[in-house]
Design a protein around this ligand. Structure first.
Ligand code: R2B
Ligand code: URA
Length: 281
């Protein structure tokens, strides 16, 4: 290619010096919303004692479909909701890392989820990823064929993250399976969508089946995230907080304050990991 336009990031190899802008990146952190990822950038900046040049402020480097902040070796990017949104971003971020000549970056998803048999506020580090039918692969149509890519997460990273959990914290940090749904409502067996043509028993049977399979939480990105990073040979982990226990209800009815407080929990763990690794360098 003469030039490569990373369309959804509003960047390109001709218009930007990607090596200069991103060549020092070591950690790529993704999460659903622009606000959370801006907050994470500020949080990680404090944690790793990174100083911006005098007079500079953190700015959104992308300002198009996704928001992107850079704090020294850490990129913090919003991925939107669902498989196709994170899939497009992963293509462009993997290419960005390639163009910037970054070697061995570690990718994290810092997310939110619904718990299955775990209390709201629990942090789940995903050790396996499955879809709604319990398949451990990302099945996606490519030029008219359904292609399956194994959705595999780095087990040593899971253990390293788990070991950093602070036993003094007033919440649990657990490892477990994460189910990736294509939808928030019917796809996650909720009874409160615009449509619901199944019974409460159908829902509970399904959630129990997931639970018996080792699923601890449900979200909407883990399968493509695990599959695409694995396919690219990138170490990656998914750390999500749960907003509710789906065995007890469907509505996310916690206050904004509680939600904000809980959303920081995965960030704390990932920032601690980043800090530890940077110290060891
Ligand atoms: C968690 O939260 C979002 C849905 O509310 C989705 O992006 C996910 O994985
Ligand atoms: N995100 C999800 O995908 N599901 C939930 O139940 C909560 C957050």
């Amino acid at each position: 290619m003469g030039q490569d336009i990373l369309y959804h990031l509003a960047m390109g190899t001709e218009s930007h010096n990607l090596v200069e802008m991103f060549g020092d990146v070591k950690f790529v952190c993704m999460g659903g919303t622009p606000q959370r990822m801006e907050n994470f950038a500020h949080y990680v900046m404090k944690e790793i004692d990174f100083n911006l040049p005098i007079g500079a402020t953190l700015i959104d480097l992308s300002q198009y479909r996704y928001s992107m902040y850079k704090v020294g070796p850490v990129l913090s990017i919003s991925h939107g909701m669902g498989i196709s949104s994170i899939g497009i971003l992963l293509h462009e971020i993997i290419k960005l890392m390639f163009h910037a000549k970054v070697k061995n970056p570690i990718f994290f998803r810092i997310g939110t989820s619904g718990g299955v048999g775990v209390k709201g506020g629990t942090v789940v580090i995903s050790d396996t990823a499955c879809d709604e039918l319990l398949n451990n692969y990302y099945e996606t149509p490519i030029v008219g064929n359904l292609v399956k890519r194994p959705a595999i997460l780095d087990q040593s990273l899971v253990q390293e993250l788990k070991a950093l959990a602070d036993p003094e914290d007033p919440y649990d940090v657990v490892t477990g399976g994460t189910m990736c749904a294509n939808d928030f409502y019917e796809g996650q067996g909720r009874l409160d969508g615009a449509f619901c043509n199944y019974s409460e028993k159908d829902k509970m049977d399904y959630l129990k089946k997931l639970q018996n399979h080792g699923v601890k939480n449900i979200e909407m990105e883990v399968v493509p995230f695990a599959a695409m990073t694995h396919h690219a040979g990138i170490r990656a982990a998914v750390v999500c907080v749960t907003f509710l226990d789906r065995l007890k209800g469907d509505q996310v009815d916690i206050s904004k304050e509680v939600m904000n407080e809980w959303q920081v929990r995965p960030q704390k763990l990932v920032a601690k990991y980043i800090k530890k690794l940077l110290k060891a360098l």
